[in-house]
Ligand binder design. Sequence first.
Ligand code: ZN
Length: 430
Amino acid sequence: MHHPATIEAVITQVDAAADEAVAFAADLIRIPTVNPPGDAYDECAHAVGDRLLRCGFEVAYHTATQRAEHTTTHPRVNVVGVRPGRHPRPCLHLNGHIDVVPPGDGWTRDPFGGVILDGRLYGRGAADMKTGLVAAIYATEAVRRAGIMLDGTVEISGTVDEESGGEAGVAWLAEQRVINAARTDYVIIPEPFGIDRICVGHRGVYWAEIVTTGRVAHGSMPFLGVSAVEPMAAIVERFRTELRPSLAAHVTVMPVVPSGARHATLNVNTIEGGQSGQAGQTPCVPDRCRLVVDRRFLIEESLDDVRQELRDVLDTTLSLFPGVEYTLEDRLVVEPVQTADEAPVVEAVRSAVSSVVGRDAELVASPGTYDHKHVTRIAGITQCVAYGPGRLELAHQPDEWCDIEDFVSAMKVLALATLRLVGAPADRRE
Ligand SMILES: [Zn+2]
């Protein structure tokens, strides 16, 4: 265990820095890093970088110049701060995305005002996740202000495009080997899972595009053609009556929240056929229909099985529709990821939650995905969790806010977890 005086000193420094941290989080909310299209990334990355410099980090900017989404008007600028300790390893990397989703309607306050009212900080990104990024910065700063020289290295990155897949953000840093198993031991992503929940991973995503083709004919003589729409309707019906009930029986051991997402799910995302989207109508038998499905799969399922299951439905259904052909193509694949419950990074955050919050942390998994996928799949790092202030239910909502007390608690948790993971050897678990 840590020396109680060390813990005490760090907690004191977090409390002392709280106002400064809240003010900085409000400053970041005032920079409207809306994605899409990816506004003001450069300004926000530099605001983070300047603060990291003041907190003793060496700072570098990694712009994803090779990505199609990187343009001169919307540059994809990531910032990485490195604060060396006595040794390069162990190395803890704290990552937060700087992009936010568009504000949308229904706000009663300025989404980019960074307003503080009744113990809450309001604005787009107040939960997801500018407060989380700032909590990480000030957690490590409190350790420094407590006069503690860490044994290992601390890194903090502010990255772009998480809301649109993170290809130019964490995936880019992982490909550039800035985040990599060869140099990075632990990653904590302060996404808003709340102060007593640790997210250990997420389900997989499979988006498939199915196209049926028939034969065009004059709409007054449909018997001369082959409709591509009617068989698609039959496919959708079979998804509803057969596939979905069978998916409900595929249950994961992962602690996905909400529990309704603890089994495999399927959403029909798009259906489009005939002359939809075209000006005017002509009397034709529709000879092409396109369907997009969003299938979320479990760590217990293989992508091949998931794909085959779809093919089985298509083959059986279309055997009843002579003359109809189909294609099935992958549109997006994200493999599920899971960090082991007993991994030191989980243990470190867990023990910090119980000392700061006074409750046992609940281990959860996400129904959707976030940057964990790139950390594991590209960077090869098996020890990654998400832990941060703010409530998940408020993310992407109007009047998004973060409770300031929770924000300070999360900072304390992150500070203690940092001590435990990269502090003095006696404080670390082997
Ligand atoms: Zn987020």
